[in-house]
Design a binder for this molecule. Structure first.
Ligand code: IPE
Ligand code: IPE
Ligand code: MG
Ligand code: MG
Ligand code: MG
Length: 308
């Protein structure tokens, strides 16, 4: 089997396991209030690449663990990610009506319900993270919970989202009013926080729950930071280069909304070069983990080569 086929196989197998975990552990649609639970399931199920839990699984495996008993905890990052998308799409933030090839949650269920779906998903995620896992020492698990909380908090993902909306429109300012260097710093801050933090925490979550050494955790962190920033650079490029059909979300939105994006600041070519450099860094870091099953380099390449 070629490496490409092996990776394809791995992605499909792991995605299926994650989808089953999400399906099984989310409250049933009939749970009262049923409209809320229906909306929660609409938001989470039936779409999404599942890249964050996939990274968590791959990190756990690279550190020598069987990811199977860890699946619920590792899938918790998908709940946090999905909540962030539901809120990101709200009229007050990016005002999007298409997500994962379907109408956004607030379009189908109303704004109030979409806000509450996000609240519920964030809380549910921490219940999944905190549920006892056979064979994982509670102190390790507690450390993992703290890492995920820090990534999602006001200095992490939410801080990045706030900087993103504060900078909206900034990319359209006349060039003399913002020097190029500060806006590059700002866009890096936004991307590392709104997207990079949760991706890094996903990788660390896999490492922590599998009992990785401090050296391995450092390596995983370097990998996560590099691929986390690359992920959002690629997202920015896709927003301006791909169509709605391929993306499953509205194309060309960043320019229309005056978002401060990587290509807006440095141009598409330079953005691509930086993503490629970050990919090299990530692959190099991942290569330092000696495990025999290590899909982290392949996942990094997949993140940079994806078209949606
Ligand atoms: C989109 O994330 C939002 C960003 C952080 C750029 P994904 O591209 O992982 O979205 P899904 O989960 O596959 O829909
Ligand atoms: C979203 O970034 C990041 C988070 C939701 C935390 P974007 O606004 O670029 O994501 P898309 O393009 O809507 O998926
Ligand atoms: Mg946004
Ligand atoms: Mg958005
Ligand atoms: Mg985007």
């Amino acid at each position: 089997v070629s490496r490409a086929a092996e990776l394809q196989n791995y992605l499909e197998r792991t995605r299926r396991l994650i989808d089953q975990t999400l399906e099984r552990h989310l409250p049933a649609a009939e749970t009262e209030p049923s409209r809320l639970h229906e909306a929660i399931r609409y938001a989470v199920l039936g779409g999404g690449k599942r890249i964050r839990p996939m990274l968590a699984c791959a990190a756990a495996q690279a550190c020598g663990a069987d990811p199977f008993p860890l699946l619920r905890a590792l899938s918790a990052v998908e709940l946090i990610h999905t909540y962030s998308l539901v809120h990101d799409d709200l009229p007050a933030i990016d005002n999007d009506d298409l997500r994962r090839g379907r109408k956004t949650v607030h379009v189908v269920y109303g704004e109030a319900m979409a806000i509450l779906v996000g609240d519920a998903l964030l809380t549910e995620a921490f219940a999944w993270l905190a549920a006892p896992i056979d064979g994982v020492p509670p102190a390790r698990q507690l450390r993992a919970v703290a890492v995920v909380a820090a990534a999602a908090d006001s200095r992490g993902m939410i801080g990045g989202q706030v900087a993103d909306i504060e900078a909206s429109g900034a990319a359209n300012l006349p060039p003399q009013s913002t020097s190029a260097v500060p806006s590059l710093d700002v866009v890096r801050f936004i991307h590392k926080n709104k997207t990079g933090q949760l991706i890094t925490a996903s990788v660390l979550l896999g490492g922590l729950l599998s009992g990785a050494s401090d050296d391995q955790l450092k390596t995983l962190e370097g990998y996560g930071r590099a691929i986390g920033l690359a992920f959002q650079i690629v997202d920015d490029l896709l927003d301006q280069e791909e169509n709605e059909q391929t993306l499953g979300k509205t194309a060309g939105k960043d320019l229309a909304q005056g978002k401060l994006t990587y290509p807006a600041v440095v141009g598409a070519e330079q953005a691509r070069r930086e993503a490629a450099q970050l990919l090299d860094t990530a692959v190099e870091s991942a290569g330092m983990i000696p495990g025999s099953v290590n899909f982290l380099p392949d996942l990094a390449r997949y993140i940079c080569a994806r078209r949606n």
